[in-house]
Write a new protein. Structure first.
Length: 216
């Protein structure tokens, strides 16, 4: 899927539904990065099969997000890059840490959303169920001492994992949150000079060089 095809989904409509097949699934982070620039937020990801994903984005109408989207539209109509060129202004120190790429930030935002939506409870339950199953199997195989001991060790390890999962998941969430925060700081430090006024659109034009479609 080319950038021009991705842009067509985020033309101002209220809801953008995208179905990805096969290799296009690998572009999900780039799609999320484009959606962010144009003021859309991922609402749902439905993994139909391993080779088919359906993603639903909703337009965010908050003032700051709409300003960001308009800046992106103006930049594209002026022939600028899809993603803003970020650098520290002269005489100022850059935001500490390595530069975060738009796709990396998009992936981190999706990870945060997944944690905020599902938390760690599901993984804890799965680990606990496997631990209980190991205990049951150890009891059943108690006459085979070696096998029973192995199963008991597995059950103990799974219990430890279940206890630690919430802490691990919270650390993972904080890691992604710091990454997104650093990207936002780097992005807002300087976005470069505003693009020149867009030329008048051709008669009957469409896409980013002409009047976009409106939807809700």
């Amino acid at each position: 899927m080319k950038d021009e095809q991705i842009l067509e989904y985020f033309d101002g409509r209220g809801t953008a539904e995208i179905t990805l097949w096969g290799r296009d699934i690998a572009q999900s982070n780039r799609i999320a990065a484009v959606a962010f620039e144009l003021g859309y937020e991922l609402h749902e990801t439905d993994i139909v099969t391993r080779g088919q994903w359906r993603m639903i984005y909703l337009r965010d109408d908050s003032p700051d997000v709409r300003r960001r989207a308009q800046h992106t539209v103006d930049r594209l109509r002026a022939g600028g890059p899809l993603f803003p060129q970020v650098w520290a202004p002269a005489g100022t120190r850059p935001v500490p840490g390595r530069q975060i790429a738009p796709m990396e930030a998009a992936s981190a935002r999706r990870n945060m959303t997944a944690y905020e939506t599902h938390g760690s409870r599901g993984l804890v339950i799965i680990a606990a169920l496997f631990g209980v199953a190991s205990l049951v199997l150890a009891w059943v195989a108690r006459e085979a001492l070696g096998g029973a001991v192995v199963l008991l060790v597995v059950a103990v390890l799974l219990g430890v994992v279940a206890a630690l999962i919430p802490r691990w998941m919270r650390s993972w969430y904080e890691y992604n949150r710091r990454k997104v925060t650093r990207y936002d700081q780097q992005r807002s430090q300087r976005l470069g000079p505003p693009p020149p006024p867009a030329p008048p659109p051709p008669v009957g034009g469409n896409g980013w060089g002409g009047p976009g479609r409106n939807g809700s």
